[in-house]
Ligand binder design. Structure first.
Ligand SMILES: Nc1ncnc2c1ncn2[C@@H]1O[C@H](COP(=O)(O)OP(=O)(O)OP(=O)(O)O)[C@@H](O)[C@H]1O
Length: 304
């Protein structure tokens, strides 16, 4: 059974002066157990709308979705998820420890388990030293970490996180990435939204790119990166062989020891044959690939 199954989900908002906004159009996708899925899209693409539908906070106009077999919006489906909203707001007169205990109680966790999980989670999110302080004195990064902590307290199998790295400094981002990877190791599934490609490249198995409410691409990160091979940077020793024979290839860099050529994928065999025939010594070959960022920008560009 899939952890998450979305079938033809659409949401149209009727705004001021009865203006229609098609925030989400016919979204279909599934998340398998143990999968980390990045839902990537620019601002206003429909990421939060999707997540709000999955959490039962708004009703889809058309379509359905199930979470481990339970209909979205049902109490049974909500109990199976760790959910981080886009801009979490807490009862800030509570301490992190009190708040986590409060959340755990809403999941009806038994006392001994709740105490153990509260301590573990506070430590994992590096909130242990601040656990007895009211959250109103917390920095933005600490509040975001409490947000993540409350998703983990009941140790759910599926995490739905709306921009979990937003507002965090590089250390905070690295911590969140480590936590997501740790969840994966423990067989958990994560669906998270972001507009930052680097977050996806580092932690995700698969990515869906959404633009203007439409899913424009859905593939494994590995495939995207592999398909993005543009060619090779081949380094050769300047003092060896007849470099004129390689005049058909563009030189990308040169210094007193080496000349580096850009060799397109289709020209690689020819380059190596010519280098061999003319005694040019090849010292290094590096793959030149389009990164996920370029892939994302291309898709967003097409969607405009
Ligand atoms: N309650 C609402 N009423 C009218 N339009 C809405 C409502 N909520 C969202 N929208 C519109 O739906 C579209 C998608 O918004 P959504 O918040 O889902 O985007 P997003 O991908 O999460 O963006 P961001 O990265 O900026 O958070 C936008 O055009 C937005 O203005």
């Amino acid at each position: 059974m899939n952890m998450l199954d979305i079938r033809g989900l659409s949401k149209t908002f009727i705004g001021k002066r009865r203006l229609r906004v098609e925030a989400l159009r016919d979204l279909t996708l599934s998340i398998a157990q143990g999968e980390i899925f990045g839902f990537l899209g620019p601002n206003g693409a429909g990421k939060s709308t999707t997540i709000k539908c999955l959490m039962g906070l708004i009703r889809p106009t058309v379509g359905t979705a199930t979470i481990m077999g339970e209909q979205i919006g049902s109490v049974a489906s909500r109990a199976k998820i760790g959910f981080l909203p886009e801009n979490p707001a807490f009862y800030d007169y509570l301490t992190a420890e009190e708040y986590l205990r409060f959340v755990g109680k809403t999941f009806k966790m038994p006392e001994a388990l709740l105490t153990r999980r509260t301590d573990e989670t506070l430590k994992q999110l590096e909130l242990w030293d601040a656990r007895k302080r009211p959250m109103r004195g917390y920095s933005k990064g600490m509040v975001q970490r409490v947000g993540l902590a409350q998703t983990m307290i009941h140790d759910p199998d599926l995490y739905i996180l709306d921009e979990p790295m937003s507002g965090l400094d590089p250390i905070g981002r690295a911590l969140v990435k480590d936590i997501i990877l740790d969840l994966k190791k423990r067989g958990k599934s994560v669906f998270f939204s972001t507009h930052i490609t680097d977050d996806v490249e580092k932690v995700c198995d698969r990515v869906g790119v959404i633009v203007k409410g439409q899913l424009e691409a859905l593939d494994s990160v590995e495939n995207i990166v592999r398909q993005g091979i543009e060619g090779y940077i081949v380094q050769t020793r300047l003092s060896r062989g007849n470099h004129e024979a390689l005049g058909g290839f563009s030189v990308v860099r040169t210094n007193e020891t080496f000349i580096e050529y850009f060799v397109p994928v289709a020209g690689f065999n020819e380059f190596m044959a010519l280098a061999g025939q003319h005694s040019v010594e090849v010292t290094l070959v590096e793959t030149k690939r389009k990164d996920l960022e370029s892939f994302f920008l291309e898709i967003v560009g097409k969607g405009k």
